[in-house]
Structures are given as C-alpha cells and as structure tokens.
Design a protein around this ligand. Structure first.
Ligand code: CA2
Length: 140
C-alpha cells in the first residue's frame, strides 16, 4: 500500500507556536512517526507539505496513480477550498481528513469543513496520534 501524507498551510511551523492547541511535535517528527508506523505495517509513505493551495492540488493529481490513500490535514483550506474539494473528487483517492485539534469545538468558522463530504473518513482532536489512526484506518 502506498500512502500520501499531505499537510497544508502553516503546518510547517508545528511545534513552534500554540503548543496548547497543536502540540509540541514538529512536522519532521510527525512525518518520521508516520514513516515508522507505515514501515511496521508494510506500507510506503510519501510526505508533502505546502502553504499553497495549487501545490496541494498538484500533489493530489500527481499521486493519483501511485497512492492507495491519503492522510490529509488541509489546514485552514479545510474551511474554504472548493478547489481542493474538486481535486479530492477528481483524483478518486480515499482521503482521510485529519485535524490535530477538534475543529467542531472551536470558532464557528473553523467548525465548517467544505471537504468533509468528499473524504472517506475524518479524525479530529487527537493530535499526532490522529495521523497514525488515519494510517491504520487506510490500511485496515
Ligand atoms: O487542527 C488542525 O489540525 C488544523 O487543521 C490546523 C490548521 C487550522 O487552520 C485548522 O483550522 C485546524 C493550521 C493552524 C495553524 O498552524 C500552526 C502551526 C504551528 C504554530 C501555529 C499555528
């Protein structure tokens, strides 16, 4: 199984600010944890992070034949990006929407996900462990 690990805007700064919301783990550490668990489970992971909507869309397009599933934290694009929503449908990949925080318990604008309907599954508010849960869900 091949899994794309995709992180959206500002997640390159993980571990640097707002640890009370997003935890202390850096993006590099998070990616290493997912790589390690995937190796144990016999899967291959490719990780990509971008602050740019178009680059995330390009990565979904480019991975559509290689990947069997996607672990995707779209960051704030979650709440607004119909372009990413179309890309998820177009690439026909099983996408798990992951959020470190529980967006359903935060500001009203953060409670809305325009991607939820086109994702196969979602994991909210479990921090880094949520990414591992998403991996295991895709591999089960
Ligand atoms: O809870 C999540 O995982 C989010 O997807 C994180 C996004 C946020 O815009 C979503 O509403 C929920 C990114 C938050 C900003 O990331 C930071 C990272 C490090 C330091 C400060 C902010």
């Amino acid at each position: 199984m091949n899994i794309l690990l995709l992180n959206g805007p500002n997640l390159n700064l993980l571990g640097e600010r707002e640890p009370e919301i997003y935890g202390k783990t850096t993006l590099a550490e998070l990616e290493a944890l997912v790589y390690q668990r995937a190796r144990e489970l016999g899967a291959e992971v490719r990780a990509f992070q971008s602050n740019h909507e178009g680059e995330l869309i390009d990565e979904l397009h480019q991975s559509r034949r290689w990947a069997n599933g996607v672990i995707f934290n779209p960051g704030a694009f979650t709440h607004s990006s119909y372009a990413l929503r179309d890309a998820i449908v177009a690439c026909k990949l099983r996408v798990v929407e992951v959020h470190l925080s529980d967006i359903t318990q935060r500001e009203p604008w953060r409670r809305v996900s325009v991607l939820e309907e086109v994702c196969a599954h979602r994991v909210l508010g479990k921090g880094v462990a949520g990414y591992l849960e998403a991996l295991e869900w895709l591999l089960k």
